[in-house]
Design a protein around this ligand. Structure first.
Ligand SMILES: O=c1[nH]c(=O)c2[nH]c(=O)[nH]c2[nH]1
Length: 303
């Protein structure tokens, strides 16, 4: 086969993991936004790959600087910030026809000092990490919001029974176990929400609350059931969301046998195993969901 048959396939490039902390200090009560931003451009970059011609290569360094420059005017929400970055690169450079912009956001809480919230001292929240992705391809724009590492546990109202039994089965049926997981979820907005004016922060807080509520409610027959109920709750309350993907480890808590010590163990003392863990993944969507384009490509860890 000659070299003539070798062509450039899909490509994108940019600056990964631009660490950005924005302090808003219009008043004495400061606000903090702490993000990790990745910018990748797609378009006509043939000459750079084939001919060593960088005429179209907006430097990754410039992309990094653009992130900081845009932050000077505020972040607002990760989704709106990424939408603004995407609009900028695709309008500023003719040959940039799309791209992928992604962010993680880390939450900080105000330190409670002398009985009140401090104006400019913060303690990092060890709760979840917020995630966002914007993908532009020509005229189409897709937005994913999400979270990961939202660790939750319920100490009863969970069981697992009715499963098939074969010669390798040792698991006992249970109607009272601990259910624990680290929720990772991503959700896709439809066109109703895809504008920098949409209140992505309010939407995020509502989705997170609904996920947490969904986890608490009812008796869990399996993590699969609970996952689907959590997704259903969000889609029912948020018409601007068309699809949710979940990846949730089943963080097993095994009852410790205390009988060698002459003690009983009525579901009180557990060994919290870290591996192996069950891994439960699913998509919860609408039967008339809008087209997802290729927004899920490059989102690792979900099915
Ligand atoms: O909620 C559960 N789902 C499973 O698929 C499963 N499998 C298993 O061994 N325990 C559990 N628990």
């Amino acid at each position: 086969m000659s070299d003539n048959n070798i062509i450039l396939g899909a490509n994108q490039y940019g600056k990964a993991e631009v660490r950005l902390v924005k302090i808003t200090r219009d008043t004495d009560r400061h606000e903090i936004e702490d993000l990790n931003v990745t910018s990748q451009l797609r378009g006509d970059f043939q000459a750079a790959h084939l001919d060593g011609d960088n005429g179209h290569v907006v430097p990754t360094d410039t992309q990094k600087n653009t992130v900081y420059g845009f932050a000077r005017d505020g972040v607002g929400s990760p989704e709106a910030f990424l939408l603004r970055l995407g609009a900028h690169f695709t309008s500023e450079f003719d040959w940039v026809t799309g791209g992928r912009w992604a962010a993680e956001q880390y939450a900080w809480n105000r330190i409670q000092a002398n009985g009140k919230e401090h104006d400019h001292s913060f303690v990092k929240s060890n709760q979840e990490v917020r995630t966002a992705v914007v993908v532009k391809d020509g005229e189409s724009t897709h937005v994913l919001a999400g979270l990961k590492d939202l660790t939750v546990l319920k100490s009863t109202q969970s069981g697992f029974s009715g499963f098939p039994v074969d010669k390798f089965t040792t698991l006992a049926e249970t109607s009272d176990r601990i259910l624990a997981t680290d929720v990772a979820a991503r959700w896709r907005f439809n066109a109703d929400a895809i504008s920098a004016e949409f209140d992505f922060n309010a939407s995020y807080e509502s989705v997170k609350s609904l996920l947490l509520e969904g986890f608490t409610e009812g008796f869990s027959h399996a993590l699969q059931t609970t996952l689907f109920e959590m997704g259903t709750k969000v889609l029912q309350a948020h018409p601007e969301i068309d699809e949710m993907k979940f990846s949730m480890p089943n963080k097993h808590h095994f009852l410790v046998d205390l009988s060698p010590f002459g003690q009983d163990n009525p579901n009180e003392v557990f060994f919290a195993a870290d591996r192996p863990y069950g891994l439960i993944e699913a998509t919860v969507t609408r039967d008339n969901a809008s087209d997802a384009g290729n927004v899920w490509e490059g989102v690792a860890g979900f099915c």
